[in-house]
Design a protein around this ligand. Structure first.
Ligand code: CNA
Length: 398
């Protein structure tokens, strides 16, 4: 680790809090006890080495890989109106992404370590994979800004749906319906779809970064609002460390911003080394290894890229199969979806309403939101006819 690995955008800006704008200085701040309220903001990039593809990486992201299926809008998979018409694409993906299949990464274990050491004020995650919980971060420390697979409910009456039944439905590739037969609405995991509001927990904690004394942002393109605005809540002079493959969200522009533009796991190992915590961290991570002690029974371990490639093959293969169920229905679904009203944040009734909606800020003009008419639309239709997914899939923006 060293200065060269800690790329600072503008070296000429003097830091206010850090000695220097580099990783060693961040580690020094933590070791000195001056960073006791650390806030973290993370995204899909912290889970790619677990084998879960992100959305937007050019070669390996789900968007790029779904594009080869000739889908028009991959985002539709997470569009609530589309889901009402045809929940099958979402459930095809859900089967692959359902928690329990993936091991947390060493970066997740670092989050747990910060919590164990009493330094984690709050972890804001956009991920729905629950790997933070699986690494042992206590639930009350986590804000799952885009929801997660941890809870399920009917999209009409909101009645909770039990975890064991959801798991069974997903294993059998069935689309679950409300337990209340009179309702019979579709059930989905409480993942925030485009056009849905973020959980209350997000808004209750949104301003917490303003009292943090260190902020670490990792594995996110910061392109989905309102999550993307979180780092701006940190006070001036509060160090913000970005560990990501690319520079995002304007980080690097403030006096105490430090950029480490590389793989999260590598960056975290560097930080842990600078803190003198590496052995402890590796041991903590090993606790999450489902094959602990069984190494010799297996073949050579697959590297990160091999694991990711396998996973993408599997995911796109499954989706492709779903999409082939019936081609001609797709046109109809797309036509129906076209009837939906699409509103921009600026068209929402109030500014507050707009700021609560989940949308991709790289496509700010369009927030998909179901109109009442569509919401009430023939909900069984999509299912019984669920044949065409062709239009549906280009998005995989979980
Ligand atoms: P994104 O928009 O796909 O961006 C990922 C970011 O991480 C990009 O800037 C990448 O360069 C970067 N990145 C990828 N791999 C690494 C790595 N190994 N080390 C460092 N940086 C890396 O994902 P965001 O989370 O920003 O977007 C928000 C969406 C993605 C949320 O709605 C999530 O629900 C959704 N998502 C979640 C998962 C998951 O739960 N694991 C997977 C895919 C998408």
């Amino acid at each position: 680790m060293g200065q060269e690995s800690s790329k600072v955008v503008d070296d000429s800006i003097e830091p206010q809090t850090l000695e220097k704008r580099n990783l060693n200085s961040v580690a020094k701040l933590i070791k000195s006890g001056k960073a006791k309220r650390i806030v973290l903001m993370v995204g899909a990039g912290i889970s790619t080495s677990a084998g879960i593809p992100d959305f937007r990486s050019p070669e390996t992201g789900l968007y790029a890989n779904l594009a080869r299926l000739n889908l028009e809008q991959p985002e539709d998979v997470f569009n609530i109106s589309f889901f009402r018409e045809n929940p099958l694409p979402f459930y095809t993906l859900a089967q692959e992404l359902y928690p329990g299949k993936y091991r947390p990464t060493i970066t997740h274990s670092f989050l747990r370590m910060l919590s164990d050491k009493g330094l984690l004020m709050k972890l804001f995650t956009q991920n729905i994979d629950c790997l933070e919980r699986e690494a042992g971060v206590p639930g009350e420390k986590i804000v799952e800004a885009h929801g997660s697979f941890a809870r399920h409910s009917c999209i009409d009456c909101r009645k909770a749906y039990p975890e064991d039944k959801m798991k069974a439905a997903i294993d059998k590739k069935e689309v679950p319906h409300c337990l209340d037969k009179a309702c019979d609405g579709l059930v989905k995991p409480e993942i925030v779809f485009f056009g849905e509001q973020l959980p209350q927990d997000f808004f209750l904690n949104r301003e917490l970064p303003s009292v943090a004394d260190l902020c670490i942002v990792m594995g996110t393109s910061l392109s989905v609002q309102p999550f993307a605005s979180l780092p701006a809540f940190c006070g001036e002079g509060v160090p913000r460390l970005l560990i990501n493959l690319e520079r995002v969200g304007g980080l690097g522009s403030r006096s105490d911003d430090v950029l480490l533009l590389e793989d999260c796991d590598k960056g975290i190992r560097k930080l842990a080394t600078a803190l003198g915590w590496l052995d402890e961290l590796e041991a903590l991570w090993e606790e999450t290894n489902p094959n602990k002690g069984k190494a010799e029974e297996q073949g050579p371990p697959k590297d990160k890229n091999e694991k990711l490639e396998d996973e993408i093959e599997k995911l796109t293969g499954e989706v492709d199969q779903s999409l082939k169920i019936a081609d001609e229905h797709g046109v109809r679904v797309r036509d129906q979806i076209g009837v939906k009203k699409e509103i921009a944040p600026s068209e929402a009734k109030t500014e507050e309403e707009a700021s609560k909606l989940h949308y991709a800020s790289d496509n700010k003009e369009t927030v998909h939101k179901a109109t009442a008419g569509n919401e009430a639309g023939d909900k069984k239709n999509g299912q019984e006819d669920s044949q065409d997914l062709k239009h549906v899939f280009p998005h995989l923006k979980l």
